[in-house]
Design a protein around this ligand. Structure first.
Ligand SMILES: Nc1nc2c(ncn2[C@@H]2O[C@H](COP(=O)(O)OP(=O)(O)OP(=O)(O)O)[C@@H](O)[C@H]2O)c(=O)[nH]1
Ligand SMILES: [Mg+2]
Length: 364
């Protein structure tokens, strides 16, 4: 049996993990076995912790992006095929990666044609960033980071405009038209991963169409590398113990995320994505910041209690040492005198130059 591989790319915070969750739920409902693969430069991933809360099979390739660790990706795929007999795998590459058609789709099509069938490459875009890019702007980012968004859309088989619940119908149509004009080779979908609008049509396409990696983008690796290097990257997991057995973890999560947002705004530092998952008992609260403070969203809630654990991933345009100091200070401040924290894991870095395992310059 061949396994269908659905790659969902797109910039940091575009909504990939939200879409993976909802797509996995719908595919499972159709009685198909589905696996999810997350990816990051370092371990301790909010996305993995979040997706594990769904009932599907989740695997993480961390330490390097899929393109630079092609064998890590194919090992994860093989394991899921043999252990879980999955029929569909949805994989989420790192949000700052591009050139996936050349570095992932083509080699997968050529080397694994007996085992895998590739779905069209979907690239998710946040409508606010997209609108700015279409007007020649940089979506509030460094120009080389904006270059990455442009290249991601250029290579897409399907451009998926996400978060349409935030737009009027006229705004959606205008964006679709402009996308079609600028990227005529792509099919365009408009969806809300959050409320499900348009999702079934996209799902039908990625479950049935076989034209995958139909074109390549011309990518200048110097600009691409700079676009990644301007981002500070931090992943941490901490254990939290309250002095009170009734410690309010929701307030802790809210304070931490809100204070981090203010710090980044005060410094005029562009946020790619800051995400946080706090677990207490069998409940969790999740926080996301995808730009300035007005983008902050906190979902879920936990009961008051003595202990909690939290994973935080931040991708912000600043050097990683500064990012580490800011996160450390705001964690201390949110803990105050009532909470003790123990850092279980902490990684901070700026992504190195992308060095793909394979890079095809032709369509297979
Ligand atoms: N309004 C709205 N928000 C959305 C939608 N889809 C995702 N979001 C929100 O966008 C934020 C980022 O979502 P994620 O799914 O974590 O984004 P991602 O692309 O996986 O981000 P990275 O893994 O950092 O690259 C979260 O606050 C989501 O709730 C949508 O359709 N509508
Ligand atoms: Mg994600």
């Amino acid at each position: 049996m061949k396994t269908r591989i659905i790659m969902v790319g797109g910039f940091l915070g575009a909504g990939k993990t939200t879409l993976l969750w909802e797509a996995a739920r719908r595919i499972t409902e159709k009685d198909k076995r589905v696996g999810l693969i997350t990816n990051d430069q370092a371990s301790a991933l909010v996305d993995t912790a979040f997706l594990e809360k769904a009932n599907g099979v989740v695997s993480e390739v961390s330490g390097s992006c899929f393109c630079c660790n092609f064998n890590g990706l194919t090992d994860a795929i093989s394991q899921m095929r043999s252990r879980n007999n999955v029929e569909v795998i949805i994989a989420e590459p790192v949000g700052s990666c591009t050139d996936l058609s050349a570095t992932l789709l083509q080699p997968l099509k050529e080397k694994y044609k007996e085992d895998l069938e590739m779905a069209p490459l979907s690239v998710l875009v946040d409508p606010k960033r997209l609108a700015d890019i279409l007007q020649g702007g940089n979506a509030g980012l460094h120009e080389s980071a904006a270059y990455i968004i442009n290249k991601q859309t250029e290579e897409a088989d399907i451009i998926v405009i996400n978060k349409i619940d935030l737009l009027t119908a006229d705004e959606v149509n205008a964006l679709k038209e402009k996308c079609a004009e600028k990227w005529p080779k792509a099919k365009i979908h408009a969806i809300s991963a959050k409320n499900g609008d348009g999702l079934e049509d996209w799902l039908t396409d990625v479950m049935t169409l076989n034209e995958a990696g139909t074109h390549l983008a011309e990518v200048d690796y110097d600009i691409y590398a700079e676009g990644e290097a301007v981002l500070g990257w931090l992943n941490t997991t901490v254990e939290l113990k309250g002095k009170s057995a009734e410690t309010d973890w929701n307030a802790f999560a809210q304070n931490l995320m809100s204070n981090l947002a203010s710090r980044f705004d005060d410094l005029n530092a562009s946020v790619g994505h800051v995400k946080m998952l706090l677990e207490a008992g069998d409940k969790f609260v999740i926080g996301n910041l995808t730009g300035t403070k007005d983008t902050l969203s906190i979902r879920g809630s936990v009961d008051p209690g003595k202990s909690a654990s939290m994973t935080l991933n931040a991708r912000v345009q600043m050097d990683p040492d500064t990012l580490k100091n800011i996160v450390g200070e705001e964690l201390q401040s949110a803990c105050g005198s009532g909470i003790e924290m123990r850092i279980v894991e902490l990684n901070y870095l700026s992504p190195g130059r992308p060095n793909p395992t394979y890079r095809y310059d032709r369509i297979v």
